[in-house]
Design a binder for this molecule. Structure first.
Ligand code: ATP
Ligand code: MG
Length: 354
C-alpha cells in the first residue's frame, strides 16, 4: 500500500476542529479509491504554542516540515496575539520558503447552496483561480521617508520577474488544457501599471504560443471584477497577480455561497518542497470551541491535497461526497442555514464516501 506522510498544523480557533473532519474524509477516500495509506503528524504550532515558547514554531520547524509531502493547515490567528506574529511568522513565510508559487482557489456553485446571484444553476459557476503567490504587489520592498510627520512618503514597490510570471502562467495553462472548456483568462492592468503588469502581459503573449489548444485572452481587473458578478459562468481558468488574485477570490467565494466552503492550495509544482492546503477562512474566534464551524472548506482543501499527491480518484470521491451532502441538505451547519455540528457534517461526508 502506498504511504503518504502529511504534516498537520491545525492552528488556532476552529482550525483544529475543521481539520479533524478533513483528515477523516481524506483517509477514508484514499484507502477506498486509491489504496493509499495517509500518515498524519500533528504539529501543535499555534498561538498556544507561541505563548509557551515565545515563537510560533520550533527553531528547526522549517526543516522538520521538509520531511513531509504535504501540509494540511487549519488557521492561525487569535485576538490575544497580533497578526504580525501569528500570520507573519508561520503562514506567510511558508509560501516563500517552500516556493509555493501557485495559490489555487477553486470556486464552484454546489447544488443546495444558496447563490446570491439570481438564476444561477448548480455547476454553472465553475472556475479555478491561479493566483501568483510569491512576488508581485506583495513583495516586501519599499520604505518610508519622514515617518510620523505630515510629510511622510511611503513607497511600495511591486516586483514582477519574467520567471515569476512565466511559471504561474504555465501552471494555469496546463490546468486549462486538462479542463473540458479549455479556456483561460489572464487578469491585468497594464494600461495603468505599465512596467510590472506590462511584463506580465509580455510573458502571457509569449507563453500562449505554446498553448494554441487553449482559448486564452486577457481582461483588465476592473472589468473582470464586474464580470465575476455579472457573468461568473463565463470564466474557466483565471490567472492573476498576487493582489488581484487575492481580491478576485474573495469575490468568487462570495458568489458561490459560504466562506465555509472555500478551499485553497499553496503549491510548489516542482515537489522540491512540500505544498500546503488550507481553507480560505480564518480561525473564526467568534465561533471557536462551539463545534458549529462548517468543515467543508477544509474537506475540499484536503481534496486538493489528494490531487497533488496523485490520488485523483480519492479527490474526486471527496468532492462528490461533499456535493451529495450539500444537495441532500439534511445535514447543514449554521452558516448554511442548518443546526448541525462540525462533527455531524464530517460524519455525513464519511457516510457518503462509504
Ligand atoms: P483571518 O484574519 O484569519 O482571515 P478573519 O477574522 O478575517 O480571519 P474568519 O476567521 O474567516 O475571518 O471569519 C470571518 C467570519 O466568517 C466570522 O464571522 C466567522 O465565524 C465566519 N466563518 C469563517 N469560517 C467559517 C466556517 N468554516 N464555518 C462557519 N463560519 C465561518
Ligand atoms: Mg482576522
Amino acid at each position: 500500500m502506498a504511504v503518504h506522510r502529511i504534516a498537520v498544523i491545525g492552528g488556532d480557533g476552529i482550525g483544529p476542529e475543521v481539520i479533524d473532519q478533513a483528515i477523516r474524509a481524506a483517509e477514508v477516500a484514499a484507502r477506498k479509491h486509491d489504496g493509499a495509506d495517509l500518515q498524519w503528524a500533528k504539529l501543535p504550532w499555534s498561538t498556544a504554542y507561541y505563548k509557551q515558547h515565545g515563537r510560533m514554531l520550533p527553531e528547526d520547524g522549517w526543516d522538520q516540515l521538509k520531511a513531509y509531502e504535504a501540509i494540511l493547515f487549519g488557521a492561525v490567528g487569535d485576538p490575544s496575539v497580533p497578526d504580525k506574529i501569528t500570520v507573519h511568522e508561520l503562514l506567510l513565510p511558508m509560501r516563500r520558503k517552500y516556493d509555493q508559487y501557485v495559490n489555487l482557489r477553486p470556486a464552484y456553485l454546489f447544488a443546495g447552496v444558496p447563490c446570491p446571484l439570481a438564476g444561477k444553476k448548480p455547476g454553472e459557476i465553475d472556475m479555478l483561480v491561479y493566483r501568483e503567490n510569491t512576488e508581485g504587489e506583495y513583495a516586501p520592498v519599499g520604505g518610508n521617508l519622514y515617518p510620523g510627520t505630515e510629510n511622510q512618503i511611503a513607497v511600495q514597490t511591486g516586483v514582477f520577474t519574467w520567471k515569476g510570471c512565466e511559471r504561474i502562467l504555465r501552471a494555469a495553462f496546463e490546468a486549462a488544457r486538462k479542463r473540458p472548456r479549455k479556456k483561460l483568462t489572464s487578469i491585468t492592468k497594464s494600461n495603468a501599471q505599465v512596467y510590472g503588469l506590462g511584463l506580465w502581459d509580455d510573458v502571457f503573449h509569449a507563453v500562449r504560443k505554446d498553448y494554441t489548444d487553449v482559448d486564452s485572452g486577457s481582461l483588465l481587473v476592473d472589468a473582470a471584477a464586474m464580470d465575476f458578478v455579472r457573468k461568473p459562468e463565463s470564466f474557466d481558468v483565471v490567472v492573476a497577480s498576487n493582489l488581484f488574485g487575492d481580491i478576485l477570490t474573495d469575490l468568487s467565494a462570495a458568489v458561490t455561497g459560504s466562506i465555509g466552503l472555500a478551499s485553497s492550495a499553496n503549491i510548489n509544482p516542482t515537489k522540491k518542497f512540500p505544498s500546503m492546503f488550507e481553507p480560505v477562512h480564518g480561525s473564526a474566534p467568534d465561533i471557536a470551541g462551539k463545534g458549529i464551524a462548517n468543515p467543508l472548506a477544509a474537506v475540499l482543501s484536503a481534496a486538493l491535497m489528494l490531487d497533488h499527491l496523485g490520488l485523483a480518484q480519492s479527490a474526486a470521491a471527496v468532492r462528490a461526497a461533499v456535493a451529495h451532502v450539500l444537495a441532500t441538505g439534511a445535514v447543514r451547519t449554521p452558516d448554511l442555514g442548518g443546526s448541525a455540528t462540525t462533527t455531524q457534517m464530517g460524519d455525513a461526508v464519511v457516510a457518503a464516501l462509504a
